[in-house]
Design a protein around this ligand. Structure first.
Ligand code: TRP
Length: 375
């Protein structure tokens, strides 16, 4: 796509989200759909209202079935390559809300195999360690252990590989080449991998011996995998998985420079384990500002919240619409200065992280309550 690159393994440039929707063939989340979700859920999540989750496939069908009593399950995943940053948390925060409001089961896939296969220099021991670490962040968000199941690709190979073979048999080499841009230099594990990512979308149906609708929340970069899954699963007798897809939380350098927060750019990402001083330092030093270069000019002309990272991050983490709107207006009119806006963000994030870190410490030793038990 012109101006940006968007694959499950690389996101660069200024992502044009309407173009993404058009090219992937997903549907916009309309006001009518929002109203319907609100009616059933009993409330509206700010990430929906703000179009952070902005596009979907088959949400109407998911709600139709739900209203008929055919309850869906949720599925999302994590590639354990390093510490979790706040961008990774976005779909999980939303998933927690969905689980609570709809009272549904949630499945998380930890793709240790994927990250080992795709990342140069990463050992299986390292991805194993990150899997253990990353599970704590998900547990810390408060998922109900009775309704939440972790699948770890290599650990649950006994259950998953069998199903992945059924998927893999229906995918040709030319399909993965065309979908992911693979060339002859890719290793054969990479070529197989998408079959593993399809498995949690129907494994609960296999286990229950009946078809259960699946809804997958994810950021748009994962879409290629699920286009394939939607093609294959009906051939195996299962429903096509539905999806609800989000934009990315940009890195501190801003959307034009860095469409997606990246773990490998440590200064412009905020990790869930960063302490308050680190967060303050990173934001003060690196947050791209939409403000003017002098206070006088800023007071006169005002700032541009639409390109200002601090404002953009508040959209993801400040739940109060009225507060957010006031920030927007005050920044635009020049009443609020860039330094003041940064301080608001620092305070908000540090409060969020302090709470998260406490919950994360409490999560230690609880992973086995969430990890799926295969017989
Ligand atoms: N491939 C994803 C990653 O690299 C992990 C993942 C597995 C996932 N299954 C998923 C993400 C389902 C979203 C939805 O992070």
């Amino acid at each position: 796509m012109a101006g940006f690159t968007l694959t499950p393994w690389e996101v660069t440039g200024d992502v044009d989200y309407s173009k993404v929707m058009e090219q992937f063939g997903t549907q916009p989340i309309t006001d009518a759909l929002l109203k319907r979700i609100e009616k059933i859920a009993g409330s509206m999540h700010y990430m929906l209202r703000r179009k952070i989750f902005y596009t979907h496939r088959d949400m109407d069908w998911i709600l139709d079935e739900y209203e008929k009593g055919n309850t869906f399950f949720l599925y999302t995943g994590r590639g354990p390559t390093g510490p979790v940053h706040i961008g990774h948390m976005v779909p999980w925060i939303f998933m927690k809300w969905l689980q609570d409001k709809f009272g549904v089961e949630a499945w998380f896939q930890f793709t240790d195999d994927e990250k080992f296969l795709f990342k140069e220099g990463l050992t299986l021991e390292e991805v194993g360690k990150w899997t253990d670490e990353n599970m704590l962040d998900i547990i810390a968000l408060g998922f109900n252990p009775k309704k939440t199941h972790f699948l770890i690709d290599t650990r649950h190979a006994g259950t998953m590989y069998r199903q992945a073979c059924r998927v893999a048999k229906k995918i040709t080499f030319s399909t993965v080449k065309a979908t992911f841009g693979f060339t002859n230099e890719y290793n054969i594990g990479e070529i197989f991998y998408t079959a593993m990512q399809a498995v949690p979308a129907f494994l609960p149906s296999v286990l229950a011996s009946r078809n259960i609708p699946c809804l997958i929340p994810y950021a748009v970069d994962q879409d290629a995998h699920f286009r394939i899954a939607r093609d294959v699963l009906p051939k195996l007798g299962y429903y096509k998985p539905a999806s609800i897809e989000s934009v990315f939380l940009p890195g501190l350098e801003g959307m034009a420079e860095q469409g997606k927060m990246s773990s490998s750019k440590k200064d412009t990402a905020v990790f869930t384990i960063d302490d308050a001083d680190t967060v303050r330092r990173k934001i003060n030093k690196y947050a791209y500002s939409g403000g003017q270069s002098t206070v006088e000019e800023h007071r006169k002309k005002g700032g541009n919240p639409d390109i200002d990272t601090s404002y953009q991050w508040l959209r993801f983490f400040e739940e109060d619409d009225r507060k957010l709107e006031a920030v927007y207006n005050d920044y635009k009119s020049g009443v609020l200065l860039s330094g003041e806006l940064k301080s608001m963000l620092i305070e908000k994030l540090n409060a969020f992280l302090a709470k998260h870190q406490k919950a994360r410490e409490k999560a230690a030793g609880k992973a086995e309550d969430y990890i799926f038990r295969q017989d």
